[in-house]
Design a protein around this ligand. Structure first.
Ligand code: SF4
Length: 197
């Protein structure tokens, strides 16, 4: 199975774990929130951005996005964030289906402390909107998905591309360049095969 499909498979498993925890804990993002995206320090691996990059290439929008990414200050707000989402959109992420692991877990995952116990990392906007619900969910931390576990699985998919954290826009730019390059190699090989035939 190609790497992007394996990343998307992992995302499906993360989504399932998050949905199960949401059901158990009752924890939810405030409707239409999206406040976690505009911070300038979202850091992900290149591997996590390959699905979004491939989708941009499939739509024929990669060159345009590369130009926009190159013009951005570093680090900066995620370029996939939509301040005014379309009414039918799932939220403020214009690439919601292809968003990285961190964005899937944020607000609903735990970190393991020195004692070995998990502590839920609840987003402050969720805490403000529902302090009692957030406190009750914190008691279920052992059942929450774990950030480190997810990072380990990303690393296991590709120890080179799935290790180094970088600002999200940089990761997207490198992912587009990487997939674009692979695609042009593949096209060149097909062209050579055809001319040789
Ligand atoms: S990828 Fe989507 S969910 Fe993640 S920070 Fe960017 S806009 Fe937000």
């Amino acid at each position: 199975m190609e790497i992007v499909s394996r990343v998307m498979d992992l995302y499906a498993q993360i989504d399932k774990a998050v949905a199960e925890f949401q059901l158990k804990s009752g924890l939810r993002c405030p409707a239409g929130c999206g406040a976690c995206c505009p911070t300038a320090d979202v850091q992900v691996t290149l591997l996590e951005m390959l699905p979004a990059a491939r989708e941009l290439l499939r739509r024929g929008e990669a060159a345009d996005w590369l130009e926009r990414l190159a013009a951005l200050p570093e680090p900066g707000r995620c370029l996939l964030y939509a301040p005014q989402p379309a009414p039918e959109a799932a939220g403020h992420c214009s690439f919601y289906r292809w968003r990285p692991a961190l964005c899937r877990l944020f607000g609903f995952a735990a970190v393991r402390g020195r004692t070995g116990l998990k502590a839920l990392s609840v987003c402050r906007h969720i805490k403000q909107a529902d302090p009692h619900g957030a406190a009750a969910a914190a008691l279920l931390a052992e059942e929450a998905p774990c950030f480190v576990h997810s990072s380990t699985r990303i690393y296991a998919l590709d120890p080179v591309l799935g290790t180094r954290l970088m600002p999200i826009n940089t990761a997207l730019r490198h992912a587009i360049e990487r997939i674009g390059l692979r695609q042009s190699f593949a096209n060149t090989e097909t062209f050579q095969d055809n001319t040789a035939a």
